[in-house]
Design a binder for this molecule. Structure first.
Ligand code: NAD
Length: 271
């Protein structure tokens, strides 16, 4: 029986595929039968990831590239179109916090170096906008495609210590809505743009602020869990279903949404 969640044979570009979320999402798309272009700026992460992904099947290409290089992304889009004839899915996982842009407990916002602010906002805003422009243009020409951006819990209400990250991820929310609207109005209903907003998952970027060296939870972790009705952190694999759903025909009337995957964090006032 054909499943409405079927994405087999689709061509997916995953940026930041060398990282925690991008790696898990790329593997899940491949297990569902998609072909994957794994893009990352760090060659060593990428090589390791591509070796892992090849264990699933052989339709994977690793590209060392920078999501902030629009011309290069446009070239890449054309090359993929030549090789595989289409780009159906773009998942924008490159991003995250930048050392220096996360304030220490003893710092205030006035201690933040403006270069760090610029780095984190550039990566998390343009690092999603540019791939959307490069691959989105191709989808617009084809008249079909699905873009998934990665938002954050830091866009619903203020989360201390990460001002630049919060501002740029909030920009991703409105850009997702804006581009979804633009695509549907000007290029037809089959080009859809959505985002997922991951709750709290322990990854390389936030391990130090959530877990003490002795393995116990930090005070910040305890605050997160107090606001999470499910009383646990997420497992990275719990984002994969939401991505596949949004890319599949099960979501043909869904565009411009920011879907929280958060154990109830955004639903709960804490009281
Ligand atoms: P990660 O650091 O493990 O992965 C990010 C990847 O992006 C890395 O492999 C890095 O090399 C790559 N990258 C960085 N700059 C790049 C550039 N200019 N061009 C191409 N690649 C580049 O991070 P992650 O935990 O997998 O997070 C992925 C996304 O999910 C980020 O946008 C992050 O903000 C978001 N997110 C993560 C969590 C979490 O709990 N891990 C929660 C909410 C949102």
């Amino acid at each position: 029986m054909e499943s409405m969640f079927d994405i087999s044979g689709k061509v997916a570009v995953v940026t930041g595929a060398g990282g925690v979320l991008g790696g898990s999402i790329a593997a899940s798309l491949m297990k569902a039968g998609a072909k994957v272009v794994a893009l990352d700026i760090r060659q060593e992460n990428l090589d390791k990831r591509v070796d892992e992904l090849k264990q699933i099947h052989n339709d994977v290409i690793g590209i060392a590239g920078n999501v902030l290089d629009l011309d290069n992304l446009k070239d890449l889009a054309r090359q993929i179109k030549e090789k595989w004839n289409t780009v159906d899915i773009l998942v924008n996982c490159a991003g995250g916090n930048v050392p220096g842009a996360t304030l220490r407990e003893d710092q205030t916002v006035f201690d933040m170096k403006i270069e760090d602010w610029q780095k984190v906002t550039d990566l998390n805003t343009n690092g999603t906008v540019y791939p959307c422009l490069a691959f989105g243009e191709l989808m617009a020409e084809q008249g079909s495609g699905s873009i998934i951006n990665i938002s954050s819990m830091a866009t619903y209400s203020a989360i201390t210590r990460v001002p630049g990250y919060s501002v740029s991820k909030t920009g991703i929310n409105i850009f997702t809505q804006w581009l979804a609207t633009e695509m549907a109005l000007k290029f037809g209903e089959k080009v859809r743009v959505n985002a997922i907003a991951p709750g709290f998952f322990i990854g390389d970027q936030n391990r130090a602020v959530l877990i003490n060296p002795d393995g116990s939870y930090t005070e910040r972790s305890k605050k997160v869990l107090a606001r999470t009705p499910m009383k646990r952190f997420g497992d990275i694999s719990e984002l994969n279903g939401a991505v596949q759903f949004l890319c599949s025909d099960a979501a043909t009337f869904i565009t411009g949404v920011i879907l929280p995957v958060d154990g109830g964090f955004t639903a709960f006032s804490g009281v």
